[in-house]
Design a protein around this ligand. Sequence first.
Ligand code: ADP
Ligand code: MG
Length: 483
Amino acid sequence: MISFSETHEPEMSSLEISPDIETVWNEFLGLIKSQINSQSFKSWFEPIHPVRLEGNLLTVDVPSQFFYEWLEEHFALLISSSLKKTLGAEARLIYNIAPLDDHAASSPFIIPQTESSAKTESVKYIKSFSQETVQPLTYDGTNLNPRYTFNNFIKGESNQLARAAAMAVANNPGGTSFNPLVLYGGTGLGKTHLMQAIGNYAIEIGKAKRVIYVTSEKFTIEFIDAIRADKANDFSAFYRSMDILIVDDIQFLSGKPGTIESFFHTFNSLHQAGKQIILSSDRPPKELQGIDDRLISRFQWGLTADIQAPDLETRTAILRKKCEDENVVIPDQVIDFIAANVTSNVRELEGAFIKLLFNASMLNREVDVSLAKEVLKELVTEIRSPVTIEEIQRLVAEFFDIPPDLLRAKTRKQEIVNARQIAMYLAKDLTNSSLKTIGLNFGGRDHSTVIHACQTVEEQISVDAKFKSTIESISKKIEIYSR
Ligand code: ADP
Ligand code: MG
């Protein structure tokens, strides 16, 4: 996982001779364009404005916080791989949330808003794509996203218990019986938001100083790196020095016994010292497989609270709040229409909202129900459109760091054969294509080869937990990409 942190742009003391920003930008856009549909490209890449290139550090303006998050959510992988191709492995990207007025003339993206409320501050997010494996574990302030607060977390029946527990913990971290606090629920329902809100609030009221947020994937990577660099002690010491430890999406720990062992000790040490632990998962702890029972039973020491999909009333309230935050006025009818139709989760609700505003500004249309209808139609096909075999090949090849062509070639080298079988299996699993079509797309192979590949992969999944989690993480990448 690539993490971002709010930061100030670093000072550049010596400027290298850099290639022309326009050339770099066009090359980057060219790569992106070849990999996504034109509607998405238009919506999400044309409005980005390159502003500066210093060495391998590219600064771009994006029209809103929301826009930035959407890019991160849906295109992070694509952006990082394209930028690395353009600027090299050390490429870094700064997102600047630009005041909208700045580019009103040059960007088609203008969110209708009242003059007096025009935003003037600009927020920066810096991303370093090569950072993943070289992060020294030093604590220089919390890495929480300040956007996640209780204030902008809308209360509803679906999240009542989770929110109340979160507030109790935020007021008295480590001091309630809710330790650990485990939040679970489906994707996009507000787990990350709520966990981070606890940290932000506890810091704000002076109840915690050292608060760290980490996804279980990042925790795993750091752990492996620490072992490799013979720094396991530093790793443990770092996490054990926290007042609040927040670990997101712990389901990804499954099948990683080394990391689990380390986490188990960290957990015990913090718990004994009366420090707060907050965890999230996509399912109830007792349903987590591939995680040690000892650890699961500890998860149940505190409070486990679920978050459900928001009901209509909550969805409406969330949209109203969004309008307020983004300083836009949208007719009630339109809000009601979106709230009635986007039911699955809050993330999609937000997506529909931003897309509506976006289309309104691009097409210069009034925000009414008929526009909302069009937008939702688009959104639904975009979300549901199945991933293509070619995209699967590209992402599998990227994962194994081999050229995608080899998946279609005759090569019988073992590692290529393995990757090819995985790609075939995923093509069967994630697309509606027939065995015959899949075979054809892998260099004209026979359907029986595809069957054999699927069986081989399935067998290995059933006996090898590590392999299983590799397949899961590749499929997750594909899913994210194709959303
Ligand atoms: P999860 O971690 O459960 O997948 P997130 O916390 O990332 O979900 O939430 C997805 C998006 O929805 C975020 O932008 C978050 O701010 C927003 N969101 C979720 N629940 C609420 C809520 N109750 N009120 C306001 N915004 C919410
Ligand atoms: Mg989350």
